[in-house]
Design a protein around this ligand. Structure first.
Ligand code: XIL
Length: 365
């Protein structure tokens, strides 16, 4: 029989105590973690989807690879959003890889996916200085030949998709921050009139499509915005259809001020343009610091999102084309790879779980 003062017995007793303490600690950790997760999810668990709360379309950029290969991503896209913008596969390098060659396979299957799931398709983008195929960047020709290239590019694509695409970002990012025209390959080869021509070509190919000009910093830079408005107003005065403006809205938790955003919305809609918040994300780490904890900036992000959405709610209904997020989960966000930094700019975390910004969105819509 073991006696209480037996040293072996004492050791065993101490070991049992340590195990019990460890188990209790683990139990507490599990309970607190599941409570924390419960708090984020349960306050806004949503089986019906964000868009059902909204008076206007709620969209996302779609990463075609993820849509095809990742069923969690696909289900989330279908359930939460009712407007899809192809993140890459409608860009020139994908659709028009060689002179006279158009590649429709993925784009067509994406169109069918949108039709089958009753999602609006926002076409992005016809004329841009980035993601051009090499043959186009290296093309040698006169201004007239370049204009013909632009026409064939736009009209082949717009006609191909015809009415399955509701709207097009006809021209993307054509202005500098100081309000002058970017010296893009299009401006160099065709001259500043390429923007007018692009809208005209798109309109001829599909007179039913809504035609947008899309750019970044329009929410924060009044100089750039005013130049864009001046040019688009001139086009309209010449009878060219320009229906809307895409304000990309790649913002951060601290910049710009909500009042600047309100002013931008006001100015664009008082000039009678449909307003598309077209590539919404909210960076939490614009300086690219090493982040230690992931919670305090999520509430700042949620607050910032709430303020943008409240301002958008104030826009007259006839100008609300919708709000499109530039991705679904932080895992797929372009910010990480493009800027090579740690960031969490979207509504769902790396595990596809809803973040505080998601809850705020549902509460604000
Ligand atoms: C980005 C995509 O998200 C990335 O996957 C790609 O590598 C580069 O382009 N403004 C735009 C979008 O108009 O087309 C860009 O998309 C992001 C900035």
């Amino acid at each position: 029989m073991l006696k209480s003062h037996d040293p072996a017995n004492k050791d065993r007793f101490a070991a049992t105590l340590r195990t019990l303490r460890l188990m209790l600690g683990l139990l507490l950790l599990i309970v607190s973690l599941s409570c924390a997760r419960e708090k984020v999810v349960s306050s806004c668990t949503d089986e019906t989807g964000i868009y059902t709360y909204a008076a206007y379309p709620i969209g996302t950029a779609i990463d075609y690879e993820a849509l095809r290969n990742d069923s969690t991503y696909r289900n989330l896209a279908i359930r939460q959003f009712n407007s899809f913008t192809p993140e890459n596969i409608f860009k020139a390098e994908y659709l028009h890889p060689a002179e006279g060659v158009f590649h429709w396979t993925e784009a067509d299957s994406f169109v069918n996916f949108c039709l089958a799931n009753n999602k609006r398709l926002h076409g992005h983008t016809l004329v841009w200085h980035n993601q051009l195929p090499a043959w186009m960047s290296n093309y040698r020709g006169t201004a007239a030949e370049w204009e013909q290239l632009l026409k064939v590019h736009i009209q082949t694509i717009v006609s191909h998709f015809n009415q399955s695409v509701t709207a097009w970002d006809v021209v993307n990012e054509a202005f500098n921050e100081d309000g002058t025209l970017r010296n893009s390959i299009w401006k160099q080869k065709i001259g500043p009139g390429y923007i007018e021509k692009a809208f005209r070509f798109a309109q001829e190919a599909n007179p039913h499509a809504l035609l947008f000009y899309n750019d970044y910093n329009l929410e924060s830079n009044p100089v750039k915005r005013k130049s864009v408005l001046a040019l688009l107003n001139t086009l309209k005065s010449r009878g060219i259809s320009v229906h809307g403006i895409g304000v990309q809205m790649h913002i951060s938790t601290t910049y710009p001020e909500p009042s600047q955003i309100a002013e931008a919305f006001q100015e664009i809609t008082s000039n009678h343009y449909l307003l598309h918040v077209s590539e919404f994300d909210i960076a939490v780490n614009p300086q690219g610091k090493t982040l230690s904890s992931g919670t305090s900036f999520f509430s700042a992000q949620a607050q910032r999102l709430g303020s943008v959405v409240s301002h958008y709610n104030q826009v007259a209904k006839r100008y609300q084309y919708g709000i499109t997020f530039w991705g679904i989960s932080d895992k797929n966000s372009w910010i990480r790879s493009f800027y090579n930094r740690q960031d969490y700019p979207l509504l769902f975390d790396d595990m596809y779980l809803p973040k505080p910004a998601y809850c705020t969105l549902i509460q604000t819509l």
